[in-house]
Design a protein around this ligand. Structure first.
Ligand SMILES: NC(=O)C1=CN([C@@H]2O[C@H](COP(=O)(O)OP(=O)(O)OC[C@H]3O[C@@H](n4cnc5c(N)ncnc54)[C@H](OP(=O)(O)O)[C@@H]3O)[C@@H](O)[C@H]2O)C=CC1
Ligand SMILES: CC(=O)[C@](C)(O)C(=O)O
Ligand SMILES: [Mg+2]
Ligand SMILES: [Mg+2]
Length: 491
């Protein structure tokens, strides 16, 4: 097996990276019909497996699970997840030969293993689905020619796939059909029905490619979605404590601060998030975020380049071969950070205070969203896809941090995202050492105050720059179709 993307000609690479069509609501009028009455078996019952399955069953589809024998025998968490929700569970031999659609929702590291075990049991003409294309694109997995291969990739952690669906909304979803495996031409109809069943069509569905999904997904999760939220959390917490802010207050300001500030982002983009600050604080957040963009740009570009060349996947696969030594070491180190160990205060922090005391958090988010969006679109990823993968998903990840800090985020996201998150975090923190020396509680922990007033010309110039960024332009169009978007508030 070899990296599929790297076997493509430049022309084919650009064509697949640029494949991205925003689907019109009218294209989903057939609902889940293409999968109605079909036997759908999900392999694995973890973050995506359980939550996608619950949504799909609520949408009227026939869902059951297959788990590896040991998980059933030992009644592991995946077995409990499925059976406690009254799903039928069986071995591969029991479940797979009669299945029409088999959805592989095991960790990416296991895909070669799992697909090699599953494939011989699949009936002729069945469909195999993924929610992330790593195995196909980075490992070059070859699938039996009679099988259809599709992808339905929610741009969200599994827990929020369920939470948004229960609220009557969904998460943006990227769909694809592997060009090497669509023998009957039924791939797109099935992918569409599957996206409807998970609720994705209420938020936006892209007709895309395996290649575009993999390269954009890896970039988003490593940088703005997980990596930068982790880096920003740790640095901001340590700064506040060093400057004498109560540690319980500082931990709470971060734990819920990402969620509160990015909720403003989700509804009204960077413009609305920045508008939640006072004008003097906005001018300062803008200045800080410009500085952060200049410092971090080379790192964001390095992540994008390493993802494109296959260097990232090669080194992560080396870690797989090495018993996940880096992943496990980094995971343990995250658990030991002062932020993670600090109990939060029970004192209430009013919603507006997260903005007023969190100028730096807002600056981190603006810098990270814009840099990730820029790096993706400069590399041939279409703006709508880059928007979902940066701006829209950041609040969904922030929701997981609000539940139980970084440990919860890193538990819910995929192992692949977790690895990339730590990789970025360990490179980013040292880059920001000098920058953090310039930071005081004036921008994190306390309300921003300035002796100088606001220069109106300067404010007008800043507002124009914020509003005219391409992520704001495409965001306004995409949000216009998100009519069912719901308010999330846990503070
Ligand atoms: N996490 C997320 O939110 C997102 C994940 N994705 C993608 O979804 C896919 C699933 O990821 P995620 O939900 O995080 O995975 P999890 O780690 O949460 O769940 C994995 C499931 O697979 C089972 N499993 C693990 N190893 C094997 C194996 N060798 N054979 C059979 N079953 C196995 C586990 O059960 P047990 O160990 O008990 O057998 C568990 O039920 C990945 O491709 C990921 O990239 C996409 C978007 C977001
Ligand atoms: C949550 C999600 O979409 C990620 C970050 O891509 C993942 O967990 O792999
Ligand atoms: Mg993702
Ligand atoms: Mg991912």
């Amino acid at each position: 097996m070899s990296n599929y993307f790297n076997t493509l000609t430049l022309r084919q690479k650009l064509e697949q990276l640029g494949q991205c069509r925003f689907m019109d609501a009218s294209e989903f009028e057939d609902g889940v019909n293409a999968l109605k009455g079909k036997k759908i078996v999900i392999v694995g019952c973890g973050a995506q497996g359980l939550n996608q399955g619950l949504n799909m069953r609520d949408s009227g589809l026939d869902i059951s699970y297959t788990l590896r024998q040991a998980a059933i025998d030992q009644k592991r968490q995946s077995y409990i997840n499925a059976t406690s929700n009254d799903f039928a569970v069986g071995t591969y031999e029991e479940m797979l030969p009669t299945a029409d659609l088999i959805i592989n929702l095991t960790p990416d590291k296991q895909h070669t293993n799992v697909v090699n075990a599953v494939m011989p049991l699949m009936k002729k003409g069945a469909t195999l689905s993924y929610s992330h294309g790593f195995n196909i694109v980075e490992e070059g997995m070859q699938i039996r020619k009679d099988l259809t291969v599709i992808m339905v990739a929610p741009k969200s952690p599994g827990s929020e796939v369920r939470e948004e669906f229960k609220r009557g909304f969904g998460v943006p979803t990227l769909t694809a059909v592997h060009p090497e495996n669509d023998p009957e031409g039924k791939g797109w109809a099935q992918a569409k029905a599957y996206a409807v069943a998970t609720g994705g069509h209420t938020a936006g569905v892209l007709e895309s490619s395996f290649v575009a999904e993999v390269k954009s997904d890896l970039m988003g999760e490593q940088t703005i979605l997980c990596g930068l939220l982790q880096t920003g959390a740790i640095l901001s917490f340590d700064k506040m404590v060093a400057e004498g802010i109560d540690a319980g207050y500082a931990a709470k300001l971060i734990q819920y601060g990402w969620e509160t500030t990015t909720e403003a982002l989700k509804h009204g983009g960077i413009t609305n998030m920045m508008d939640r600050l006072s004008n003097p604080a906005k001018v300062e957040a803008f200045r800080l975020s410009e500085e952060l963009k200049d410092i971090m740009r080379p790192l964001f570009q390095k992540h994008m380049d390493d993802i494109m060349t296959g260097h990232f996947s090669k080194t992560m696969m080396e870690d797989w071969e090495n018993d996940d030594i880096n992943l496990l070491t980094w995971r343990a180190a995250t658990g030991e950070t002062a932020f993670e160990k600090q109990e939060i205060t029970s004192d209430e922090i009013p919603e507006q205070e997260y903005f007023d005391h969190g100028t730096l958090l807002v600056a981190f988010v603006r810098a990270g969203v814009e840099l990730a969006f820029e790096a993706m679109t400069e590399s041939g990823i279409i703006d709508a896809s880059a928007y979902y993968e940066s701006l829209h998903e950041t609040p969904l990840i922030a929701n997981t941090i609000a539940r139980m800090k970084l440990a919860e985020m890193n538990r819910v996201i995929s192992d692949t995202a977790e690895y990339g998150c730590y990789l970025f975090d360990h490179a980013c923190k040292p880059l920001l050492t000098d920058f953090m020396k310039t930071i005081s509680t004036n921008v994190i922990g306390k309300p921003f105050s300035s002796e100088n007033g606001v220069d109106n010309q300067e404010l007008i110039r800043i507002n124009k720059i914020i509003r005219n960024h391409p992520v704001e332009i495409v965001g306004e169009q995409l949000r216009a179709s998100m009519t069912a978007m719901k308010v999330i508030k846990s503070v």
